[in-house]
Each structure stands twice: as C-alpha cells, then as structure tokens.
Design a protein around this ligand. Sequence first.
Ligand code: COA
Length: 151
Amino acid sequence: MNFSVRPYELKDLFGIAEIEKECFEHPWSYDSFCMEYADKHKHYFVAESEDGKLMGYGGFAHVEDEAHIMNIAVSAPYRRSGAGTEIMKAILDKARSLDIVAVTLEVDNSNEAAIALYEKTGFVSAGLRPHYYGWDKPARIYWYYFDRKQP
Ligand SMILES: CC(C)(COP(=O)(O)OP(=O)(O)OC[C@H]1O[C@@H](n2cnc3c(N)ncnc32)[C@H](O)[C@@H]1OP(=O)(O)O)[C@@H](O)C(=O)NCCC(=O)NCCS
C-alpha cells in the first residue's frame, strides 16, 4: 500500500482522535490532542494513504535529552502494511535531529503487536512496571539509545 508519513497538522487532529477512539479503551480526547498540538515540546507524525486517508499517528514528548513516546496507533484496516514502522522511523529521525540520546515508552505487557513492532525497531526491554494499566496489568518499559550499544 502506498502511503507517506509527515508531521501532523491542525487539520489532522479530528482524525487522530477518531483513530485513538478506535484503538484504545481509554482514549485521549480531541481536546487533549489540541493541547498536544499547542505544546512545542510535542512532536507527532501521521501516516496518510495516497488517497488522503489518515492511517495512523504517533508522537513523543521532548523531555531534557530524552524522548517519551506518548502513543502510536494505526487504524485496523491499515495494519501490517508498514505504517507503524514508518511512523516510528519518523519519530526516531526527529528525536535524533534534536540531539536526543534515548527514547522510551511503556506498553501493556500483553500487547503482542506493539511489542513486536518495538523489538523489531531496536527497542530493548528494561523490565516491567507492575499495575501500570490496572491491577495485574503491568507495563513493559522500552528504551532505544542512539549513541551506544543497546544494553
Ligand atoms: C502496534 C501497531 C501500531 C502496529 O502498527 P502496524 O502498522 O500494523 O505495524 P507494521 O505493519 O509496521 O508492523 C511492523 C512489525 O510489527 C510486528 N507486528 C505488527 N502487528 C503484529 C501482530 N498483530 N502480531 C505480531 N506481530 C506484529 C511484525 O513484526 C511487523 O512486521 P511484519 O509485518 O513485516 O511481520 C498497531 O497494531 C496498533 O495500532 N495497535 C493498536 C494500538 C496500540 O496498541 N498501540 C501501541 C500502544 S503502546
């Protein structure tokens, strides 16, 4: 499938919030994404099909010399076509251009698709954070380092 990845624009926020609703049990609201958009320390990207449909999005917060990935999601009909990987590459490229040294994220330890994407991209697990998503729902913490070998 042909698509491109680009930084998000104001006009994308409604579509992003729709994908968020589709993908998550406790979705961020449209207003939350408006606040993200107004924050110069947040950097998001969207994947857009050649016929102009929003396929997915992902972004990070720039905190000191680290990037904290806020979220990444691809609408179900567009999964397994490489969009998640390309959004993640755009995130890493942007982080590198900002002299960020490491990128981190948390993921539900039962989320096999996301875990597979992160490990394929080169993220390394730093263990579990218990009860992060609720009782008995630990988060797995991942890190990606630019300038040194992964531990
Ligand atoms: C996780 C997610 C973003 C992946 O997006 P995607 O566009 O389907 O990912 P890609 O097509 O780039 O897949 C990259 C690799 O990840 C792995 N992968 C993706 N989906 C997978 C699945 N369902 N099962 C196993 N591995 C999977 C594969 O290794 C895949 O490479 P391959 O297709 O060459 O085998 C998508 O499944 C999603 O939006 N899930 C719901 C939201 C979510 O959970 N986000 C993460 C929150 S932390």
